[in-house]
Structures are given as C-alpha cells and as structure tokens.
Design a protein around this ligand. Structure first.
Ligand code: DGY
Length: 323
C-alpha cells in the first residue's frame, strides 16, 4: 500500500522525524534554510500533509497548487502565517501548538523585563568593549521592577503566566483583554482588569501578549504610546505587527518611553534598522519559546497533530475544520 507523503519544511529534531516516519513517507528539508515560495509550492504539490513553521506562508495561491494536501501543522501557537479561510475552503486542516510553550515564553518575557529595566545588555556591551574603568555610583542607573505596576495587554495563557510570576516582585498587576477573565482566574493571577486607556496610563512596564491578526495590527502605535507614562517600558514577545515599530522607534528617541525589550518585529528578520542604533532597546531574535525542552515539545505536538489529522481526521489542536 502506498504511504501518505508529508513534507517537513525546516530542520526539526530526530524524534520528530521518527514519529512521522512511523506513519508516512517523509521528505524533510535537510537544511534550516526556509524554502522560497516557489520551492515550497513545488515540494508541497504532491504531498498529503506538511509540518511547517511560522516562516512558511500558507495561502490560497499555494493551496491551489496542492490538490492532495489535507493538513498543515504549524510548529507554533501563533498561526498568522496560515490563511485559515483558504484552508477551510480547500478542506485542509490547520493546527497549532497551544499550551506547551506558555511557561517558557513567560520566563523569557521576564528575561526581557529585567534586562530592559536594569540595562543588562547595554552594560554587558560596554564591559565587553573594554570601556569599564571601575565602579561608579551612577553607572547604568536603571529602574526598579519590584513594586512597579505591570500592565499586561492580552491575558491568555502566556499573559496569565507572566502575571503569576510578577508576585515574586511584589508588583501591582493590571491587565486588559478582549474579554474580562473570571474572578477566580483574576485572583489566581493577582491581576485587576482595567480598560485600555487606564492600562496605558498606569503601567510602568507594559507587556503585550496578543496574537497577531487584522484586529490587533498596530494595536500599540503613536496614539497609544502618547498615553503612556514618561519613563515607561514596553515589552513585546508576542508577534511583530501588534506594535507599530516605526512609531515605537520615535517614542524611544523622544519619549515618553524610556526603553523597550523586543523579541519580535515587523518584517522579521529584516527588523527596522533604527532599532540597532538605539541603546535603550534589548533585542532578541524571536526566541521566547526557545528552551530545548519546549521547542522539542512544540515540534512533537505538531507531528502528533499531523499524524492524527491524516489518520483519524481529528487532530487535537484543529484550528479550522475541513470544508
Ligand atoms: C509561537 O509559537 O507562535 C512562537 O512565536 C514560535 O516561536
């Protein structure tokens, strides 16, 4: 009997491939260089399923070239790289990897908060450049995280995990979300619901945890930054595009923001060149979920989704049912 054929678009872990190979004939991209759209279309045109990452755009044009395709399984919780309507119209199941990366992403959000408030990367660069001549009372004065007000925009699983960690810093935690959480969840997060304007006005540190969609495009831009406190800090480990990067650069140069910690950008990896000229930003290359254990779990969950999609039609993390 001919086996179903699947494509793995980027380098993954050996156990991910082993899992798929037990069920399918697997064509895996041996390198970690993303396929061009043309290469992707050519390789996917004969496949029944695909294990993909956020660097692959799955849209109507691509799907029109893949008549056999029944499932695309993202190794990510975010799925703005997949046109779900186009998938649904073609009967292609799409899945993501919720739940397994919340804690690692929340941990990393805290790495950005602390590094930004206490100027860790800026100070390290100074030291590595051989500029440190000795202790000074006013050297790299930062701002305190403890007892500050943390504002969380987007209170899903990751936002809640960030909130729970704030307790250890005795912070006052405010949040805004499209829908208010239950009193029980608010209590477990020690977080109070406020409207967007109040969140902007009161946060010393604002961290964003919304998915990217047309509804959240530039949810933080010039108008919102103007409402923030002088000296406030912005953290984004969610998705490029929820923040207007050009507007952020302006307020990092002229205020009111003091600093930003950013793991995600518009047009990744071609981030706005002005970010590199600023000393008051901590910049990391979209690694918030990248602990080894978590990235392995994400890849395995995506593989399990693909196996279930093609063998039972019922993957655990289905984003859209087949048409
Ligand atoms: C996700 O899961 O959406 C992350 O951004 C991947 O790094």
């Amino acid at each position: 009997m001919t086996r179903l054929q699947v494509l793995v678009t980027r380098e993954v872990f050996p156990e991910t491939l082993d899992c798929l190979a037990r069920h399918f004939e697997v064509e895996a991209n041996p390198s970690d260089t993303p396929f061009t759209p043309a290469q992707l279309a050519e390789r996917l045109s004969s496949k029944d399923g695909a294990l993909i990452t956020l660097t692959e755009r799955i849209d109507a044009v691509l799907l029109a070239r893949c008549p056999k395709l029944r499932a695309v399984c993202n190794i990510a919780v975010g799925f703005n790289n997949i046109d779900l309507n186009a998938c649904q119209a073609r009967g292609v199941m799409a899945t993501n990897t919720p739940g397994v990366l919340d804690d690692s992403t929340a941990d990393f959000t805290w790495a950005l908060i602390l590094a930004t408030a206490r100027r860790v990367t800026e100070a390290e660069q100074y030291l590595r450049a051989g500029q440190w001549t000795g202790w000074k009372l006013k050297q790299f004065l930062g701002v305190d995280v403890h007892h500050a007000t943390l504002g969380i925009l987007g209170m899903g699983r990751v936002g809640q995990a960030v909130a729970r960690r704030a307790r250890g810093f005795d912070m006052n935690v405010l949040y805004h979300n499209s829908r208010r959480l239950s009193a029980e969840v608010e209590k477990s997060c020690h977080a109070a619901y406020v409207d967007m304007d109040e969140l902007l006005a009161r946060a010393d540190i604002l961290t964003v945890h919304t998915p990217y969609s047309p509804a959240t495009h530039h949810i933080l831009g010039a108008a919102q930054f103007a409402k923030m406190k002088p000296g406030a800090i912005l953290i984004n480990a969610a998705r490029g595009g929820v923040v207007d990067d050009a507007a952020l650069i302006e307020v990092l140069k002229r205020g009111p923001l003091a600093a930003a910690g950013l793991d995600v950008f518009e047009n990744e990896p071609a981030l706005h060149p002005d970010f590199l000229k600023l000393t008051n930003v901590v910049l990391t290359p979209h690694i918030a979920s990248s602990s080894e254990a978590t990235r392995r779990r994400m890849a395995m969950l995506a593989a399990e989704n693909l196996v279930a999609a093609l063998t039972t039609g019922k993957p655990p993390n289905l984003l859209t049912p087949p048409a």
